[in-house]
Design a protein around this ligand. Sequence first.
Ligand SMILES: [Zn+2]
Ligand SMILES: [Zn+2]
Length: 258
Amino acid sequence: METNFHTHTTRCRHASGSDRAYVEQAIESGLKVLGFSDHSPYFFEGDYYSTFRMRPEEAEGYVDSILAMRREYQDDIDIRLGFETEYYPRFFEKLIRFYEQYPVDYIILGQHCLGNEVEGDYSGAPHYGNDSFMQYVNQVIEAMETGCFTYVAHPELFNFFGEQQYFEEAAHKLCDRAAQLSIPLEINLLGMRDGRNYPRRDFFEIAAQHGCDVIIGCDAHSPDMVCDRGSEKIALKWCEELKLHRIEYPVLRRPQLR
Ligand SMILES: [Zn+2]
Ligand SMILES: [Zn+2]
């Protein structure tokens, strides 16, 4: 791997290691591009507090740190500034406006909740309804259609226990639209390493049928995960066996409202 655009920092409260340690590990591993995409602040109503993302007042320190490292390490690695975030329709516009004040290179979609965090359902919880995966997929498609997202992280994050035919039907819909919009889908190495419900090989079989662009993302929550050769090897084998169209350099889209 030459690039990784899915990297966290301690600001999200469930990652470890200094910002600099991620960069140094990336250089040591031979990466040419390291993109930081920590869990974005979000702006909700009332007193709801999100526990797995940086607070709005931490964003400036995050941006300053990434930009300072970009200059410091420019001869060794290309550092990019991003965020991982959800598409919550009610709160999305405010979020994109917030990004306007920073030189954000890209954002990736990690749809951790259905609907939104305040009223909705956690995507990783087991879902048994046959139409539940389709609901998730429809929301991901709406997110892709905003034009704001550079790629979809763990597109099959949703923990679906319904019948296989319903999984496949929804997966076809997602992959078809991703291919039309040229938005890459990520094989997530964190899920691979932890044995989570994603990445799913059957999902990527469908992605291959649609000729989707596929990107491997480390989803690093500690510096050592910037280079997880074991998981990387399995992901590369999937790409080869399924004849996936793997890309390393996605077109970075600055998030903006159309
Ligand atoms: Zn995380
Ligand atoms: Zn992530």
